[in-house]
Ligand binder design. Structure first.
Ligand code: UT7
Length: 333
């Protein structure tokens, strides 16, 4: 069987125009700009506006159009849509199906939603890679689109300061014989012993949204921040080291490290573990906060469009999220 190499053919991203600063939050809850910056590195976040269609599929439409254009393709070249969202547009139809229609794709390509929380988009990369390598699909649209503002308790200072909305997308396709692009290695894990540290229990099949749920204020995300922090540093650092080794590379060979944008202290702690200089780390958590599974593809797209990441560069991606899921990928762009 002929094996193909996978390349990131094009990327795109979208963030809403509406900026919410730390100062804005301090008008509502007992917090302040300095605390948030010291503990997280976050200065502001973007919040979507449903009246402008900025739901997960709506944000994804714009990011995906940019990614398809950057890949020099048209919408009907896409033969599979993989869509990561922690909270989809609605339970049915799936958000990937809604996106297919919004993009005007008429080839009836497969359309699948995936939820691995913040790790979702990185989780999808090795899956798409396997399907492209084997020749099953030619052009897979991989989307991470998140509207955390919909389940973020704006009265809970422990969580609400951390999150924002946005979308990142990439088209994965076959590298031609004269291109070096490939996905070298990956790891996907989940430590379910820590699953209760980050939850949104109401709104699924087991706990419907009822008056009682609303009265008890249970419709929001809850988090044990310190436990998530510790697990994130340990797991991301371990995974990053493993995929680089599995790629037969050393940390010095990595041109750009693109970590999940959850907290600048987490990013710095992970980088320090393997001595990756901060000028090789893509950071936008200061501007967008944590956009869950959109964070890595937004950072990737911005760095490509800014001309930082160039063809041939070795990239290291690492993420973690509720579950506690985690993943890392090492690739040549
Ligand atoms: O994609 C995964 C998503 N989750 C994460 O990435 C979360 C990872 N965890 C974190 O980023 C950090 O744990 C936080 C930023 C959430 C919290 O930082 P921390 O350094 O762990 O602070 P802490 O929870 O230990 O709180 C320290 C103090 C507490 O006051 P006392 O008990 O020492 O008097 C908190 O009540 O800071 C207080 N505090 C705040 N103060 C001002 C907690 N939140 C705030 C706030 N503003 N927003």
């Amino acid at each position: 069987m002929k094996i193909f190499n996978t390349k990131i053919a094009g990327t795109g991203s979208f963030v809403p125009d509406r900026v919410v600063t730390n100062h804005d939050l301090s008008q509502r809850i007992d917090t302040n700009h300095n605390w948030i910056v010291e503990r997280t590195g976050i200065h502001e976040r973007r919040i979507s506006d449903l009246s402008k269609g900025e739901c997960p599929s709506g944000m994804a439409k714009i990011a995906a159009q940019k990614a398809i254009e950057a890949a020099n393709l048209t919408v009907n070249d896409i033969d599979l849509i993989l869509f990561s969202a922690t909270l989809p547009d609605q339970s049915m139809p799936n958000t990937a199906a809604v996106l297919q229609e919004k993009l005007g794709i008429t080839n009836h390509c497969g359309a699948l939603d995936v939820n691995a929380a913040c790790s979702g988009w990185v989780y999808l990369l090795p899956m798409a890679d396997a399907m492209i390598k084997t020749g099953l699909y030619k052009h897979i649209l991989v989307v991470g689109s998140e509207m955390l503002s919909a389940f973020n308790n704006w009265d809970d200072r422990n969580t609400c300061i951390l999150f924002g909305d946005g979308c990142g997308a990439a088209v994965l396709g076959r590298a031609s014989e004269n291109e070096d692009s490939k996905i070298f290695s990956s790891i996907l894990t989940c430590d379910s012993t820590k699953k209760d540290h980050l939850t949104l229990m109401a709104g699924g099949a087991c706990k419907r949204i009822t008056h009682e749920v609303l009265n008890n204020n249970e419709q929001w995300m809850t988090m044990n921040g310190q436990e998530v922090f510790k697990a994130a540093v340990k797991t991301m650092a371990g995974h990053a080291e493993k995929v680089v080794k599995d790629a037969n590379l050393s940390m010095e060979d990595i041109d750009w490290f693109i970590p999940h944008q959850a907290n600048l202290r987490i990013i710095e702690a992970v980088g320090n573990r393997f001595n990756i200089p901060i000028n090789k780390v893509i950071v936008n958590v200061d501007r967008y906060a944590n956009t869950s599974s959109a964070s890595v593809p937004i950072a990737l797209d911005e760095a490509i469009r800014e001309g930082k990441i160039k063809r041939g560069d070795h990239l290291l991606l690492a993420t973690f999220g509720a579950g506690l899921t985690a993943g890392a990928v090492c690739l040549q762009y």
